[in-house]
Write a new protein. Structure first.
Length: 115
């Protein structure tokens, strides 16, 4: 059974057909190893997609919504993040991570063009 946990109160949740309009920035598919570190725990996983504001990750373990962590993506500087939602699956979890910084340090996210 799939169970989804989120920080968004039910009264503020957006119907799936409107989610595309809620996005602040485009997402791009990305399949790379990622490490999520909390103060006392490290969880490894794979990214599914990434945007300027965050990423979607598959992990074997589970983390709770609201957990603050450091995101380590291969080849990028570490970035602070927060788990915003968790979708529990039979063999692990899919989590949504929002970045807590502005991303100007060259961390993960779609490449920005200066043109």
């Amino acid at each position: 059974m799939i169970r989804r946990r989120t920080l968004t109160p039910p009264s503020l949740q957006i119907p799936p057909q409107l989610l595309a309009n809620r996005r602040r920035s485009p997402r791009r598919e990305l399949s790379e190893r990622v490490r999520l570190e909390t103060g006392d725990r490290a969880v490894s996983g794979w990214t599914l997609n990434v945007s300027v504001g965050g990423l979607r990750v598959v992990i074997e373990n589970s983390l709770d919504p609201g957990t603050e962590l450091t995101v380590w993506l291969d080849g990028s500087a570490p970035r602070p993040g927060r788990i915003t939602w968790v979708q529990d699956e039979p063999d692990g979890s899919i989590v949504g991570v929002c970045f807590l910084d502005d991303g100007n340090d060259g961390g993960p996210g779609p490449s920005r063009s200066s043109s």
